[in-house]
Design a protein around this ligand. Sequence first.
Ligand code: HEM
Length: 218
Amino acid sequence: MTIIANRGTTAPTDTPHEIERYPLFDRMVHWGVALTFTYLLLSGMALAYPRLAWLQTWLGGGQTVRAAHPWVGVVFTVGVVLMIVQWARQMRFEPTDREWVHRMRAYTRTGHSGVDVGRYNAGQKGYFWFVVVFSLILFVTGIPLWYPWMLSSGWNQAARLIHHASYLAMLAGFIIHVYMSTVMLPGTMSAMTTGKVTRGWAAWHHPRWLREKEGAGE
Ligand code: HEM
């Protein structure tokens, strides 16, 4: 397929025929992670900031929130482990990723890097590993907060600080991820809803991935 230059900021979405980007299981894991993350985000805010304690009434009451937060954290972590099993191989960095990083400014302006990107660009790979690292930090530091008698109060304070800092980092990453998937890059959401994207979207954002799929007869 010829890639036609497009001076706009969006992918051409009028090409017929969609191709599969995510099978049902991948989407279920992603939305399971998104749902549990949203609960953790809100219940974490309710527990951490007295001014936001009113959120607890929405989430089942103070005692429920305190009891549910760590268990939902366990489910979230299991989801992230499944994401690692599904995607880690495809998220390995490769030499063309360096080129993508050099063109990141152009990418944030136009939504297009001009690099022959495969299934994921360097930004997506970076976000994936960021989620993996910070989710594991949140899990490990969450355990002593769940069972405070395990460690001395000094270590507990350190765990609380790291847990909170990681939570803020994940919040920032989440806002950027949602903005990019919905507003900034039209045509992307269908990848995680119907599991399909248009060939125009794929040619624009992931041309090498599209060639590989077409080469495999899709
Ligand atoms: C609820 C809001 C969310 C929306 C609307 C959303 C949307 C999406 C979409 C459309 C994709 C496919 C992108 C593509 O294939 O090009 C994606 C991928 C991904 N999502 Fe989400 N997502 C959300 C929440 C989350 C959360 C909470 C996490 C993890 C904490 C997460 C982690 C990922 C990862 C690692 C990928 C693969 C790499 C990437 O495309 O960035 N997502 N998401």
